[in-house]
Design a binder for this molecule. Structure first.
Ligand code: AMP
Length: 618
């Protein structure tokens, strides 16, 4: 079986890994680096550059060099107007309100998916060479806050690159997979991910192969690039003070300053001072000018203190939103190249009070996590405890009689999952049903999120409760929900696919808060409905059994069962089925159940258990 690879697709860099003999292997690209810059550029002759080589010419060819494209993937133009101003190339709206990227040198426009596909293709080619075989399947990582449209667009990019995306996993989940592979324990983990351009702080509960995201807090414009820029500004200001020339206005000089700044920053992660030598950075009438200076860790930390302080807000937000005390965090896992900066590490350590877990390489952890997931999906490796990776954040169900929500898949069900139940009609001769698909924890449909409706026509006309409609909810590994309804008698079937189970963190929190707040109120309102539902179900069952098997019952038994049924039917039909009728319904249902059961049993058929009985559905 061909290998499935894992790719960590960051905003700044990407990394590819594969499991070899149950051990993760990070694959170096053709240039010999394990990380590949997510940069694609088009040169004068239409030649395409991807990765390090594209990054190197970025400042010289800004209009045709596409970086940070992840900010635009799967987004509407209106949502990214601010982000568009931060990049060097032109971002335009397309005719559907989406985003396209202008490439003047080719006189062509690209979608963010097309550019992302070029990066994925390069990484897949890297893997092909390493493995000596064609790779066709991949697991990709995305940030936890990516919505469905961003996830779908990322998958589309994979497809454009000729890859089948088997699964999309959240970046902090990927980090925890690696952590759990090494440690295998039930813990609350804070993942601090500071990459090239974004900061994501995620708090997860990890255990038994399930990763529950308790909270996530992000700053989309804070990362290694900002640390580089501080050094560039310092170098440029010093040069301007001495020479009177602002190098930031000279594209070529700025490119060299930026490269030198990043190099110095990286050096300062392991030494106390870095030499910066930039000969011939510019020339004046007096001749060529050079930069030859030293940057110490103390200077660097001072100039970047404001950036480090900004990390505090996201950590504190995440802890607050997770509704935990700082002391409840068992482990801190660092992800992203910028967490190699000692001052960042120290800051996280002092703020959380925890020594960060060091044994995971922060640049590679995402791809290794994706590779572990790929291995489980690809060759079914399950000796590692984590075989289930995701679960439903909210319950899923349908609207049934009286506007109640009947849950099909409860909250926190591990996916993929499938559940079927039989429903029936609410009125005599009803030939169609409408299935209203809902998401949420409230007991009534109107208070939950509506995901869509599905209509099944052509049901054979029959008394209410007789048609059997099998409703199936199936969530695949990618979180895509398919709801199908099948009339068992006619075999007519219709289905509906819902791609958007994703709920924004804030909305999710609000929905859960409301469910808690209104629980008692909802229960009060739902009690009579539940009683009506149960009584109605019992009536339908008893009627059916009387017709089918009534010959075996004595006339006297039949008369009192029919009398009970009549009374119960009348009570059910009362529109104000509140308190009084609730008692009647409960009593009637109980009587019917107690008294009829032995009789119906005698008739040779066990009475249906209420829970498994066909329910009345609209
Ligand atoms: P990532 O997006 O996780 O690949 O992180 C990329 C960022 O990490 C870039 O800004 C790099 O300059 C930065 N980075 C990588 N290695 C180091 C290091 N040793 N020290 C400081 N920053 C680093």
């Amino acid at each position: 079986m061909a290998q499935v690879i894992g790719i960590d697709l960051g905003a700044t860099n990407a990394c590819v890994a594969v499991m070899k003999d149950r051990t993760p292997a990070v694959i170096a690209n053709a240039e010999g680096y394990s990380i590949t810059p997510c940069v694609v550029a088009y040169g004068r002759n239409g030649d395409r550059l991807v990765g390090q080589i594209a990054k190197r010419q970025a400042l010289m060819n800004p209009d045709n060099t596409f970086h940070s494209v992840k900010r635009f993937i799967g987004r509407k133009y209106d949502e990214v107007i601010d982000a568009a101003e931060q990049v060097s190339y032109q971002v335009l709206p397309d005719s559907n309100g989406g985003v396209k990227l202008n490439c003047p040198i080719l006189d062509q426009e690209f979608t963010p998916e097309e550019i992302t596909a070029q990066i994925l293709r390069k990484l897949a080619d890297t893997a092909n060479k390493y493995l000596g075989e064609e790779v066709t399947q991949v697991v990709l990582t995305v940030p936890p806050y990516f919505n469905d449209s961003q996830r779908q667009a990322t998958k589309d990019a994979g497809k454009l690159a000729g890859l089948e995306v088997l699964r999309i996993i959240n970046q902090p989940t990927a980090a925890c997979l690696v952590y759990e592979l090494e440690r295998r324990s039930n813990e609350t983990i804070l993942v601090f991910d500071l990459g090239g351009s974004t900061l994501d702080v995620t708090i997860l509960d990890v255990g038994d192969g399930v990763f529950e995201v308790l909270a996530t807090s992000s700053e989309p414009y804070l990362g290694g690039n900002d640390f580089d820029k501080k050094i560039v500004d310092w170098l440029a200001a010093e040069f301007q003070r001495i020479e009177g020339i602002d190098l930031r206005n000279d594209k070529q000089a700025l490119q060299r300053l930026t490269e030198a700044a990043e190099k110095a920053k990286i050096e300062l992660s392991s030494v106390t001072q870095a030499e910066i030598n930039l000969p011939f950075i510019t020339a004046t009438q007096d001749g060529p000018k050079h930069i030859d200076t030293t940057l110490t860790v103390t200077q660097f930390e001072k100039m970047c203190s404001e950036l480090i302080e900004r990390c505090r807000i996201q950590i504190e937000n995440a802890i607050r939103d997770a509704r935990i005390d700082k002391s409840a965090i068992d482990e801190v896992v660092l992800v992203g190249g910028s967490t190699r900066i000692p001052a960042v590490k120290e800051f996280v350590r002092s703020l959380t009070g925890k020594e960060p877990y060091q044994s995971i390489n922060p640049d590679e952890v995402g791809s290794v996590g994706a590779a572990i997931q790929a291995s489980v999906l690809g060759d079914g490796w399950t000796s590692f405890c984590c075989v289930s990776w995701d679960y439903t954040y909210l319950s899923l169900g349908i609207e049934t009689l009286d506007g109640a929500m009947t849950t099909m898949i409860p909250r926190h069900s591990i996916i993929p999952t499938k559940k079927s139940e039989i429903f029936s009609t609410a009125t005599d001769g009803q030939t169609s049903i409408e299935i209203h698909v809902l998401q949420g924890e409230r007991l009534f449909a109107k208070d939950n999120k509506s995901l869509g409706t599905l209509r099944l026509n052509g049901i054979f006309p029959a008394p209410k409760g007789v048609p059997q409609i099998e409703v199936t909810f199936e969530i695949d590994a990618n979180g895509i929900l398919t709801v199908s309804a099948k009339d068992i008698a006619t075999e007519q079937e219709r289905s509906l696919t819902i791609n958007s189970l994703f709920v924004e963190q804030k909305e999710l929190e609000q929905m859960l808060k409301d469910a808690e707040k209104y629980y008692q109120e909802d229960i009060k309102l739902s009690e009579p409905i539940e009683a009506r539902k149960m009584a109605a179900s019992l009536v339908v069952q008893t009627e059916r059994q009387l017709t089918e098997l009534g010959k075996k019952a004595s006339e006297a038994d039949k008369i009192w069962i029919e009398e009970l049924l009549k009374n119960l039917r009348e009570t059910i039909a009362k529109p104000d089925s509140a308190n009084d009728s609730l008692a009647v319904l409960a009593l009637g249902g109980k009587l019917l159940s107690n008294k009829t059961q032995p009789v119906l049993m005698q008739m040779g058929s066990p009475i249906y258990a209420l829970t498994g009985a066909p329910k009345t559905g609209n």
